[in-house]
Design a protein around this ligand. Structure first.
Ligand code: SF4
Length: 171
């Protein structure tokens, strides 16, 4: 396995992978993220996940997780969790392109359209986090999402669709 760079801007990721793959006879390629900017200490799980998602999409075979404490200190368990979740999300984003795995995202779109919360949580990469955030914003109506409240486009469209169907039944 060939190990790639850990700190490069996003416009150099694709060329790195193409060159490494060509020069190594298509050996497995391991990208250390890469971290895509050096000015965000405390957020390197995000700078690395951006690089990892692109690396994976361009053909990297292995990515690593980076914690928020990178360049600052040894990670605590909660830092490790943040880093691993960011890397898992990056790997999935890359696989959507590299391996064409988009089915789960399509299913999530349908679950959101239907306001099917159980299905949304089942499809989520981190159901615990999703349930925690939704639970903290409870407005007394479990069906609703509080982001746009009564202006929820989903709810309005579903209401229009239902009214339309009822109207056409009467005609
Ligand atoms: S309230 Fe807004 S964010 Fe929430 S489901 Fe409806 S459209 Fe989406």
């Amino acid at each position: 396995m060939v190990e790639g760079p850990g700190h490069i801007p996003i416009n150099e990721i694709e060329a790195n992978i193409i060159l490494e793959k060509r020069m190594s006879g298509e050996s497995p390629f391991y990208m250390l993220g890469p971290i895509t900017t050096d000015i965000a200490p405390g957020y390197d799980h995000i700078t690395a996940a951006i690089g990892a998602a692109l690396s994976s999409a361009y053909g990297a075979d292995f990515i690593c997780y980076v914690t928020p404490s990178e360049h600052l200190g040894l990670p605590f368990p909660e830092d490790v969790r943040e880093g691993v979740m960011a890397a898992r999300i990056a790997a999935h984003i890359g696989d959507m392109i590299k391996l064409g795995r988009k089915e789960r995202d399509k299913e999530m779109s349908k679950a959101r359209r239907d306001m099917d919360w159980a299905r949304q949580f089942a499809l989520a990469i981190d159901p615990e986090r999703a349930m925690e955030i939704k639970g903290k914003r409870d407005n007394g109506d479990e069906h609703m999402c509080t982001m746009c409240g009564k202006f929820c486009a989903n709810d309005i469209l579903m209401g229009m669709f239902t009214n339309d169907m009822e109207g056409s039944d009467k005609r």
